[in-house]
Write a protein that binds this ligand. Structure first.
Ligand SMILES: [Zn+2]
Length: 454
């Protein structure tokens, strides 16, 4: 009698010590590694928090009975998306104030709503709602900057997302930091409290902008970030008005001003970067400053269009961010990619610019580089963290499949994501979120919103 499972090479009985925990099989796999073609039909194995194997299907050995198999036939397997700029708890203000001039929107609607309605509790629930939305639309890493960040961090921790959680720094009384003289002290304490707490979560600082932070605050925030080897985020040259304001305040355009303060380096994440002249783009490239493109926020607030194609040609690393829900109004990075491609083409009047593959890199491998996480995430490779999403292509708007990059950027949306794995943990399976209580979170935020006046 033949021993079961010992019949042929590649069909041995499994070994629980070396067998993967999860195998994803079937479908088209995009590694997003430079120069690698899509793999089909693919098999990807996960052990613990890491990817341990990537093969075409017939090569993989037969797994032990305990291995979880995820069926990805008729699907695309790809790295989870990286949202390089978000104010997650601002889901609370989704749709509160739209179609307004920027100053009126910010100073008469958003800042007052934040002053009145943000509390540790509302930030916690708003952040949880954002986590739900991001997981459900295929985002696996997010860089967040806001206030009451202990609560945002708690929400991320409970959700299982990978995140940079940055304490907001501004020279005005802010939610949770009523005395702006303490903003850097609060920031440093935030970092000291949470550094090393979880390998999924990195604390940091987020300066609101060169217009709303003083020289001293900007320098101090960079010093703290360098002390802990952490990136520093800042909104930079988002609007023409902001550039004018900084010019009046300092006599210099924002990028040159930050250069003088010593802020331009590889650890600075400059968000928006819409109004830059040639000299500023060249300087940012020389200093290896990282750029976040937030096309939907820039379009909705009529801020302008960032010169992304030129930045890429100059060698800058550019990622994509949704910004907060008050200026977007959702956290769906698939829609953001579509907008990034199309806005880029409209801006240069060249349909060749910002092609689908480029935009997809911005939302995956380049996004990871923006956040300094490129050795761990952003591509699917053996040894990297298992942050993986699977899209279900068995839908009318996703047929036929000629070019997976085009399909993902121009046809797909977040609701097509079927499964989400972060750090080797399945957070969504067959569109069912496994960790958070979706019903409770949605009900809580509905309840909070009833107390917020439009
Ligand atoms: Zn922002």
């Amino acid at each position: 009698m033949k021993k079961q499972g010992s019949t042929a090479e590649g069909n041995r009985p499994g070994n629980p010590l070396t067998d993967p925990d999860i195998i994803i099989e079937g479908g088209t796999l995009l590694t997003m590694v430079e120069g690698q073609a899509p793999l089909k039909p693919a098999s990807l194995s996960i052990k613990g928090d890491r990817i341990v194997g990537i093969h075409t299907l017939p090569e993989r050995p037969r797994p032990s009975p305990g291995v979880e198999i995820i069926d990805a036939r008729k699907g695309i397997i790809m790295p989870g998306l990286v949202n390089t700029h978000c104010h997650t708890a601002m889901t609370l203000f989704r749709g509160l104030a739209d179609d307004l001039p920027l100053k009126e929107w910010l100073f008469e609607k958003i800042f007052p709503a934040e002053a009145k309605h943000l509390s540790p509790e509302t930030v916690y629930w708003g952040a949880l709602l954002g986590c739900l939305e991001m997981i459900a639309s295929g985002t696996t890493t997010v860089s967040d900057g806001y206030f009451f960040q202990d609560e945002t961090l708690r929400a991320f921790h409970e959700s299982g997302l990978r995140a940079i959680v940055a304490q907001g720094v501004i020279d005005f009384p802010a939610p949770g930091v009523p005395d702006p003289r303490l903003n850097l002290k609060v920031g440093r304490q935030f970092i000291e409290t949470w550094l090393g707490f979880s390998n999924l979560l990195t604390p940091g600082l987020f300066c609101h902008s060169p217009a709303t932070c003083s020289d001293k605050t900007l320098r101090g925030a960079m010093e703290i970030s360098r002390d802990f080897s952490l990136p520093l985020q800042i909104h930079l040259s988002e609007t023409a008005g902001e550039v004018k304001e900084v010019l009046q305040k300092t006599g210099e355009r924002p990028v040159l001003y930050l250069e003088r303060l010593g802020l331009l380096n590889e650890g600075l994440i400059a968000v928006h970067a819409v109004h830059l002249d040639d000299e500023e783009i060249a300087l940012l490239a020389r200093r290896d400053v990282k750029i976040v493109h937030a096309p939907e926020s820039n379009m909705k607030l009529a801020s302008g269009a960032a010169r992304v194609s030129e930045m890429l040609k100059m060698g800058l690393t550019v990622g994509i961010g949704t910004d907060g829900c008050a200026s977007n109004n959702n956290l769906d990075l698939f829609q953001e990619m579509d907008s990034a491609a199309k806005l880029g083409k409209v801006f240069t009047l060249n349909p060749v610019d910002m092609n689908a593959k480029t935009v997809l890199k911005m939302a995956t491998s380049w996004g990871a580089r923006v956040l300094g996480l490129e050795t761990e995430i952003g591509t699917l490779e053996v040894g990297k963290k298992a942050d993986i999403i699977i899209l279900d292509l068995d839908r009318p708007h996703l047929i036929p499949l000629y070019n997976p990059y085009s399909l993902l950027v121009y046809s797909a949306n977040g609701a097509d994501v079927k499964d989400v794995i972060i750090n080797g943990r399945i957070l969504m399976k067959d569109r069912r979120i496994k960790i958070l209580d979706q019903k409770e979170i949605m009900e809580k935020v509905r309840h909070i919103s009833r107390g917020i006046d439009a």
